[in-house]
Design a binder for this molecule. Structure first.
Ligand code: ADP
Ligand code: MG
Length: 449
């Protein structure tokens, strides 16, 4: 492993690193440095607590020249006020021996004070998209000097519904700039944003560490469609002794709500749902009830689950197959913690065979497939996502046999076709750098909310 001296950084930065007692770069820091320095657009994926802030700040600070100009040259966008404060604090510690001017702006406080802060001039502006947009409208911030844009925790930002403000700001930035994005999980929304705004970005992906895969027993069931998945899940959950603490993953908030609704009748009293559209109090209560065993089942999304530190989860059920293979590892890492045996089950439809393959490539392990239990009813009912536009799913001629043969999968809505274009996942996979098997040494820091 390299150390910080190999990066050829300034004495000032090395002094700060010494004060901070960082012995050596974390994997994401090691892999980010040269790429960010090259000036290319960058997308970095690594789990929470792996040192992403310093991964993008070190090369940026190394290149940042002294200036007295008022308008910021580096813009860092983060989803929450807490993160603004945290990132400002972190940058201040990195620049302890430099004269870098850093200003943080966020909503929920007096805008006039922040206007004055910005008017003093700064090199680095750290902002939430909402407040930054207000400041731009009020002509208190000039973005035309921005050379580097960092979007940190972009998955959370999009999940909180900041897409509109974010893209508005992106449209206002000078075209000639470097885009840098860091995230703990990949989602389809993140990918769309990259496609729209980034120019052939370099991708850096660090695999999840901390949970040795040997401690997790992985299995998978082939399932034809959504409602058959519901039947299978209900069947499995019926065994309360074995399935005593079950984390169920869906890729989207909508999917989580939809699933909760579907099993509400049978399992409503044992069920909690966790995603970004729920209030903060509701979310905290859901986690507590699940952790304490009041609720046996927790349905959640990839983005929400990233900071969860749960104990003794008996099963992680992947109700859908994550489109981004890293997310599978994040999900199953929620069980089998601390030397305990964990179990994970993946449900996959014919169209999910491809992402399943991508996951297996990433792990270099083939997930054993179990036979679909005969007693579980195969449903011919269609979820809204499965309904072809032509008949709205009301075609009475559609029968179970057709579904079993997979006929339904040839008639997807335009927007859902993304996962079914032969080889697209493997093509996508190739855009990622080969993940490391050993990752962060810092461990999983609890997310501050
Ligand atoms: P992330 O954004 O990936 O969640 P942070 O950038 O907030 O992680 O860093 C997590 C913690 O790790 C911080 O307390 C930070 O000071 C510390 N840290 C960062 N880089 C190193 C390093 N190279 N060695 C030791 N600790 C580090
Ligand atoms: Mg971070």
């Amino acid at each position: 492993m390299r150390d910080f001296f190999d990066f050829n950084i300034s004495r000032q930065l090395l002094n700060a690193i010494e004060d901070l007692k960082f012995d050596k770069p974390t994997p994401i820091q090691e892999q980010s440095y040269a790429v960010i320095q090259s000036g290319k657009d960058v997308v970095g994926i690594a789990q929470t607590g792996t040192g992403k802030t310093f991964a993008y700040m070190l090369p940026i600070l190394q290149n940042l020249k002294f200036s007295k100009q008022v308008s910021p040259r580096v813009l860092i966008m983060v989803p929450t006020r807490e993160l603004v404060l945290q990132v400002v604090e972190q940058i201040k510690s990195y620049t302890a021996y430099m004269s870098t001017r850093i200003v943080g702006v966020y909503g929920g406080t007096n805008i006039n004070t922040q206007m004055m802060d910005v008017a003093q001039g700064c090199d680095i502006l750290v902002a939430t998209p909402g407040r930054l947009y207000d400041l731009i409208i009020a002509r208190a911030v000039q973005l035309n000097s921005i050379k580097k844009l960092v979007i940190d925790e972009v998955d959370v930002m999009l999940d909180l519904g900041f897409r509109y403000q974010l893209t508005n700001i992106l449209d206002l930035l000078p075209e000639k700039r470097q885009n840098i994005m860091y995230s703990a999980t990949m989602t389809e929304e993140v990918d769309l944003l990259i496609d729209d705004y980034f120019i052939s970005p370099e991708r850096i992906s660090i695999a999840v560490s901390g949970t040795p895969l040997e401690h997790i027993e992985q299995t998978a069931y082939p399932v034809p469609n959504f409602y058959t998945k519901v039947n299978l899940l209900e069947f499995l959950l019926a065994d309360r002794q074995v399935f005593n603490k079950v984390l169920v993953f869906t890729s989207t908030k909508k999917g989580a709500d939809y699933l909760a609704e579907a099993i509400e009748l049978r399992y409503g009293s044992q069920l909690a749902v966790l995603h970004a559209n729920k209030s903060q109090n509701y979310r905290i209560r859901s986690i507590e009830e699940f952790e304490e065993g009041v609720k046996r089942i927790l349905i959640t999304t990839d983005v929400m689950a990233r900071g969860l530190d749960l104990t003794q989860v008996s099963h992680v059920i992947n109700f859908d197959t994550p489109a981004y293979p890293e997310n599978y590892l994040h999900r199953i890492g929620r069980t089998g913690r601390a030397e305990q045996e964990g179990k994970t089950i993946l449900f996959f439809t014919p169209k999910e065979e491809e992402p399943k393959g991508a996951i297996e490539t990433l792990m270099n392990y083939e997930i054993p497939v179990l036979e679909f239990p005969e007693v579980v009813e195969v449903s011919s009912r269609k979820s809204p996502d499965e309904r072809p536009d032509t008949d709205g799913g009301k075609n009475p001629n559609r029968n179970i046999k057709q579904v079993e043969r997979g006929a339904a999968f040839h008639e997807k809505k335009e927007k859902n076709k993304k996962t079914n274009q032969g080889g697209s996942y493997l093509r996508k996979m190739k855009r990622y750098k080969k993940p490391k098997t050993k990752g962060d040494k810092i461990g999983n820091r609890k997310r501050k909310k």
